[in-house]
Ligand binder design. Structure first.
Ligand code: NOJ
Length: 553
């Protein structure tokens, strides 16, 4: 691919993913090119210039394959076809070529834990009698009880309810997510062969890497024994080691097979979505496994200096001994947007809060301010940074979507205990006016709040103090300072301050306390999360206001 000009940055031979800023495109909510209310490849292609201007190194596109969309495309019916709602294979190839022309890599989403129930393999399996080899590609088993009418065990689905559904012939199949997402049996060699072939299919079309969905869930305890008290809550994030179906040692053998294939190509990568404990995360990035694995600790952390300091130290120690890099994430399409998360009081369970309230607990302005400070915290760190679309616009969670609009299976399957993840998936506002604020020529698949015209990308692009301008400047500075030097030193500037100095000379200071803090000696202010005011800290005597961050040289 043609490389972006880096003439003003110190040269680095490191592979691109080591320090890349990767922008997550949740395709159905990014940009709608054909006016049907769903984002698509045409929309994404029309906005590549925006992503180039933002300065990202790569995009990760959530599943674009043929799918009934029960789980937003994470229920794949055909891994070699683009869903007609998103476009065609030809268009995907054009998108890859156009992105490469602009110096942007393209990461596809690989979904190996389960298929859609509409996948030809599952159709064949359930049309075949018990014992037929096609059934062995999934976990299809007899039930318990005298007539087999009880599920094979007590496992529950991540989305709520039992993890087993009964077939017409009386057997049961396993689904760790929705019933429409039957789990594949990775003990069956046909499954491995098929996924190697799928990867080759996309690598040959120029895909630069794969984000691997549910990397920690592929292997199940062969005894299929009950979980007993080890049940996890709906949408639980951290999963214990060697659980009956999470984070089992066998998952590593699988990725080693994929890695051998990836290594046949130049410069491609694998990034794991593995919600596991930090001490186990390091196993996923051993030299013959994933190139990197999302560190979700930042995303899970409270706005608390102690916690953030240890998250940074941990992110570095988990990744570095393996030769991987920290892989930071503040948000994604599965969690509450940080502009809202940070506006809730410490200790709030943000998954439950949209249902339980109290509504008055939310301080939107505080959340907005902290999210901007968190952006500087994130983008100054060594390693790669994954941004979630709309994060650069400071979008809040739309936690009060009308219940009739909710599409995430979690809402129904949790018996309305959780609203699910739609609040972070509302279509992006591109323009201040027009139907769906420029998302498309008609409405979007989820309604946008009335106040979003000021948050539109076009409005923010004109405003030097906007969150979009902050992200653009931070990413440009990050590039200019260079990313080759991965060193970081945590500085002690007081209990409520998170501060670090990079090998590049950049110092980032974040004030999480309630009163201003003095800045360390510096030559220059590079960037501040809030525009100037009476407390303007750009002079050496300035102080940093609460819930703000600054980059110093
Ligand atoms: C993780 C994905 O990010 C999420 O959106 C999806 O529901 C589950 N995996 C199941 O595929």
């Amino acid at each position: 691919m043609s490389a972006r000009s880096t003439s003003d940055a110190p040269a680095s031979d490191a592979p691109w993913w080591r320090h890349g800023v990767v922008y997550q495109v949740y395709i159905r909510s990014f940009a709608d090119g054909n006016g049907d209310g769903t984002g698509d490849l045409a929309g994404l292609r029309s906005r590549l210039g925006y992503l180039q201007r933002l300065g990202v190194d790569a995009v990760w596109i959530t599943p674009w394959y043929a799918s009934p969309m029960v789980d937003g495309g994470y229920d794949v019916a055909d891994y070699r076809t683009i869903d007609p709602r998103f476009g065609t294979l030809d268009e995907a190839e054009r998108l890859i070529a156009e992105a490469h022309q602009l110096g942007i890599r393209v990461i596809a989403d690989l979904v190996p834990n389960h298929t859609s129930e509409r996948h030809s393999w599952f159709r064949e399996a359930i049309a075949s009698p018990p014992g037929h080899p096609s059934r062995d590609r999934y976990h299809i088993r007899d039930g318990r009880g005298p007539d087999g009418s009880e599920p094979p065990n007590d496992w529950t689905s991540t989305f709520g309810g039992p993890a087993w559904t009964r077939l017409a012939d009386g057997q049961w199949y396993l689904h760790l997510f929705a019933p429409e997402q039957p789990d594949l049996n990775w003990e069956n060699p046909e499954v491995m062969a098929e996924f190697l072939d799928i990867q080759r299919f996309w690598l040959d079309r120029g895909i630069d890497g794969f984000r691997v969905d549910v990397a920690h869930g592929l292997v199940k305890d062969p005894t299929f024994s009950d979980l007993g008290p080890e049940h996890l809550e709906v949408l639980a994030t951290v999963h214990p080691a060697n659980h009956r179906h999470w984070d089992r040692d066998g998952v590593h053998e699988i990725v080693r097979g994929w890695r051998r294939l990836i290594d046949e190509y130049d410069d491609r990568m694998l990034v794991a979505e593995a919600w596991v404990t930090p001490d186990r995360l390091r196993l996923y990035t051993r030299p013959d496994e994933y190139h990197q694995a999302f560190s979700f600790s930042l995303l899970e952390s409270e706005w608390d200096a102690d916690e953030l300091r240890s998250v940074i130290a941990e992110g570095v120690t988990v990744a570095v001994p393996n030769g991987s890099t920290p892989t930071w994430v503040l948000s994604n399409h599965d969690v509450m947007r940080e502009a809202t998360r940070y506006g809730l009081p410490k200790g709030t369970n943000w998954r439950m809060w949209p249902v339980t309230g109290p509504v008055e607990a939310l301080d939107e302005e505080l959340g907005r301010r902290r999210a901007r400070a968190a952006a500087l915290l994130l983008l100054g760190l060594p390693g790669s940074a994954y941004l979630y679309q709309g994060e650069e616009l400071g979008l809040p969670e739309v936690w009060d979507l009308p219940t009739e609009a909710l599409d995430d299976p979690v809402w129904e399957r949790s018996d309305h205990a959780q609203r699910g993840r739609d609040g972070s998936r509302v279509p992006l506002p591109w323009e201040s006016t027009g139907p769906s604020y420029g998302f498309g020529s008609n409405g979007g698949w989820l309604p946008q709040p009335a106040g979003w015209s000021a948050l539109a990308a076009s409005a923010q692009a004109e405003d030097a103090d906007s969150t979009l301008s902050l992200y653009r400047e931070a990413i440009a500075l990050r590039r200019r300072l260079g990313t080759a030097d991965e060193a970081i030193e945590l500085l002690d500037l007081g209990r409520d301050v998170v501060a670090y100095r990079r090998g590049t000379g950049l110092t980032c200071v974040v004030n999480l306390g309630t009163s201003p803090v003095a800045l360390p000696a510096h030559d220059r202010v590079l960037l501040r999360s809030e525009p100037g005011g009476p407390d303007d800290p750009s002079g050496p005597d300035g102080a940093l206001e609460p819930d703000t961050a600054i980059w110093l040289m």
